[in-house]
Design a protein around this ligand. Structure first.
Ligand SMILES: Nc1nc2c(ncn2[C@@H]2O[C@H](COP(=O)(O)OP(=O)(O)OP(=O)(O)O)[C@@H](O)[C@H]2O)c(=O)[nH]1
Ligand SMILES: [Zn+2]
Length: 191
């Protein structure tokens, strides 16, 4: 289905949702809402139409550096697959290069590519780690995500302060306790 067709189908469904809620989809304020909501949902799930190779766009560079590279505090917006409500937080990604480094912005793009899908935080964390590992050939990769889930805040148990923390360590980052500790310590430090 083309992008426009998907948007039309989504908009029709959003119109049904609005009327099922007892609202009048024909009142002025809501007239364009199905289309807007459809576009917003397409944006928030655009990761399904992206692939690693085009996201990275060849920005892999040779380097002798073997020390840990860490990108901290990457903002993260995703949708939980259970309620379709947002979870919002930050992601820290570290890797141990093995002859190659990746363009800095590309790590954030990889995070977005997987975050803009229907997710649970655990799978999101491991998908990012595996993607960074495969694209850089790194000796080790670590990913930490700390996020607040709207499904726990706005509804359900209504807990406003709980933060879910998930981490995935691969390769040498998993094997070497000292390296893992260094990552965890650097990730925890304020800026
Ligand atoms: N592990 C994990 N659980 C999640 C994530 N996002 C949402 N959940 C949980 O998924 C669970 C779904 O539980 P259900 O009992 O089927 O759904 P529910 O009746 O809406 O649950 P409550 O949220 O407890 O009201 C809830 O415990 C959510 O907190 C996530 O990223 N990871
Ligand atoms: Zn949820």
């Amino acid at each position: 289905m083309s992008n426009e067709n998907v948007q039309t189908v989504l908009a029709e469904n959003f119109r049904t949702i609005i009327s099922s809620l007892g609202e009048n989809p024909d009142r002025e304020g809501l007239l364009d809402t199905p289309k807007r909501a459809a576009k917003a949902m397409q944006f928030l799930t655009q990761g399904y139409h992206q692939d690693l190779e085009s996201i990275v766009n060849g920005a892999i560079f040779e380097s002798d550096n073997e020390e840990m590279v860490l990108v901290k505090n990457i903002e993260l917006y995703s949708l939980c697959e259970h309620h379709l409500l947002p979870f919002i937080g930050k992601c820290h990604v570290a890797y141990l290069p093995a002859g190659k480094v990746i363009g800095l912005s590309k790590i954030a793009r990889v995070v977005d590519m997987f975050a803009r899908r229907l997710q649970i935080q655990e799978n999101l964390t491991s998908q990012i780690a595996k993607a960074v590992e495969s694209v850089t050939g790194a000796r080790g990769v670590g990913v930490i995500i700390e996020a607040k889930h709207m499904c726990m805040m706005m509804r359900g148990v209504e807990k406003q302060n709980s933060v879910m923390s998930t981490s995935v360590m691969l390769g040498d980052m998993r094997k070497s306790q000292a390296t893992r500790q260094e990552f965890l310590m650097l990730a925890k430090q304020q800026n």
